[in-house]
Design a protein around this ligand. Structure first.
Ligand SMILES: [Cu+2]
Length: 306
């Protein structure tokens, strides 16, 4: 398995050490057990004999396992503490987890659905969830932390290879939990700086529709709404704008045309009009999370998908 962070060596050593010791003991104990079962069987010893305890042996098999367990604890401890001690000067990236996507916000305010970081530089991720408990897991870096609602958590790492890695959610969080995946891309420092500068929201000149598409994806809408016509948990965004739909208002069917007001209402009060054939209550309300301008951006993007 790929290893690509400064932690990976220590974490793997702890794992291999514990599995190694356990395997050796398992084999040794099984061997002795089988041997004794044969040697002291009733067939070979028809007359039972009294066997006395042996203090020397008792001491040996108490002291050796105690030392082994203490060594295991020590290896685990010295591997664990660096994971919680963030070095000064680490780049801080805010991570938001939600059903079922991730958003990464860089120090200049730029938000993106993929994590890009410079290599050989400490990076701190501030973790927060918008809904239920998730867990950010980067297997190649040997790091995994819970992402809780209402209670900030963090992790840090330093990548030591340039490549693309998997990011998973490692805490079961509902229907599309297994689709809560994204990529971590490590870059040379210069390339990272160029990329981040080119996407600085304060200065970058980005085509409004491209920007609206990036924003909508960064907000995780496309985890539940496809853009290619396929039906996920929610309806597709493709050709949504201007289409006619049957919706349920308090259980009553109504025909509506998808316009700006309907989209705005669907984002702020998803349960006011529930699309016929879809599960009510699954779409989270973005009231207080998306401003009017941000919703306008999303509307612009939906219009571009006609
Ligand atoms: Cu999750």
């Amino acid at each position: 398995m790929k290893t690509a962070s400064t932690f990976a060596g220590d974490v793997d050593f702890a794992l291999i050490f514990i599995i190694g010791v356990s395997t050796i003991l398992l084999i040794a104990i099984t061997f002795v057990m089988v041997r004794f079962a044969i040697k002291y069987s009733r067939k070979k010893n028809p007359v039972a004999t009294q066997i006395e305890g042996d203090t020397r042996l008792e001491i040996i098999w108490t002291v050796i396992p105690t030392i082994l367990v203490l060594v295991m604890f020590w290896i685990g401890y010295i591997g664990y503490t660096p994971l919680r001690e963030v070095p000064d000067g680490a780049i801080e990236i805010d991570v938001t987890g939600r059903m079922w996507s991730w958003t990464f916000e860089y120090p200049n305010g730029f938000q993106y659905d993929t994590l890009k970081v410079p290599v050989n530089t400490p990076v701190k991720l501030n973790l927060l969830s918008q809904d239920v408990i998730h867990s950010l897991y980067i297997p190649a870096f040997r790091v995994k932390e819970d992402v809780n609602p209402g209670r900030a958590n963090y992790m840090w790492f330093e990548a030591d290879k340039i490549d693309t890695f998997d990011i998973f959610c490692a805490e079961y969080c509902g229907l599309l939990h297994s689709a809560m995946i994204t990529k971590l891309i490590t870059l040379p420092d210069k390339e990272y700086q160029d990329w981040i500068a080119a996407n600085n929201p304060a200065t970058a000149e980005i085509d409004p529709v491209t920007e609206a598409a990036r924003f909508t994806k960064a907000k995780g809408c496309v985890a539940c709404h496809s853009i290619d016509g396929s039906k996920l948990v929610g309806s597709t965004f493709k050709n949504l704008y201007g289409s006619t739909k049957t919706v349920l208002v308090n259980g009553e069917k109504q025909e509506i045309t998808v316009d700006e007001d309907y989209i705005r209402e669907s984002i702020y009060q998803p349960n006011a009009k529930v699309v016929d054939g879809y599960v009510p209550g699954l779409m989270p309300s973005y009231e207080g999370q998306l401003s009017e301008e941000e919703v306008d951006k999303i509307i612009l993007y939906l219009k571009s998908l006609q």
